[in-house]
Ligand binder design. Structure first.
Ligand SMILES: Cc1cc2nc3c(=O)[nH]c(=O)nc-3n(C[C@H](O)[C@H](O)[C@H](O)COP(=O)(O)O)c2cc1C
Length: 181
């Protein structure tokens, strides 16, 4: 199986989660991890599974206006946050998803968001998942959130959870492939 993970990240949380998911998937798949700003039209070539993730901004996927707001969060050195290289320089997941054609592959969505009831935080993964379906992708797992604290630091155990989710996805897609063969 061949998989690609396309992600957006400003402070590195979603990137680290994407890398951990890739680690889990790689037990039974060949995996590429691509920043959304580097995702070209060939990104889907020979791909069985597309995994897309981004940070939750203003209850959903980021927008140009919310991405412009992100550097304010890192301006205090005590924040412990650092902007990712190229952060905010290109499209986010929202604009990228709007630009892609119909794709025939399996798919799953994830996000990072603050650890509070989803009613208060929103979650980008739900809208990402909806957009993946609209583009013809067959979504094989419910949208998944990985959690940060109120200062945007990943909670302990989230990388392990991401690794396990990636491994589970690979198993599930492998099983679906066998059933449809
Ligand atoms: C402008 C902005 C808006 C945000 N809005 C929300 C929000 O509505 N809900 C939430 O749970 N987290 C929100 N967050 C927190 C981010 O989702 C969280 O820090 C995420 O892990 C950042 O991922 P990244 O490091 O990959 O950019 C927001 C962060 C920023 C910078």
């Amino acid at each position: 199986m061949r998989a690609v993970i396309v992600y957006e990240s400003m402070f590195g949380n979603t990137r680290r989660i994407a890398e951990a998911i890739a680690d889990g998937l790689s037990q039974s798949a060949v995996v590429r991890t691509v920043r959304v700003i580097d995702a070209d039209p060939n990104v889907f070539e020979d791909i069985d599974l597309v995994v897309v993730g981004g940070p939750t901004h203003a209850w959903s996927m980021s927008r140009p206006s919310t991405r412009r707001g992100a550097p304010l969060h890192v301006s205090d050195p005590k924040s412990g946050l650092v902007l990712e290289h190229g952060a905010g320089s290109g499209p986010g997941v929202r604009e990228w998803l709007a630009s892609i054609d119909q794709v025939r592959a399996k798919a799953a969505a994830f996000d990072t968001r603050i650890s509070s009831p989803v009613l208060f935080t929103g979650r980008a993964s739900k809208s990402i998942s909806r957009q993946l379906s609209r583009h013809g992708l067959s979504v094989v797992a419910p949208p998944k959130s990985f959690l940060v604290d109120k200062k945007s630091h990943l909670l302990p155990g989230e990388l392990e959870r991401a690794r396990a989710w990636g491994a589970g996805l690979a198993t599930q897609v492998g099983r679906l492939g066998t059933l449809s063969a």
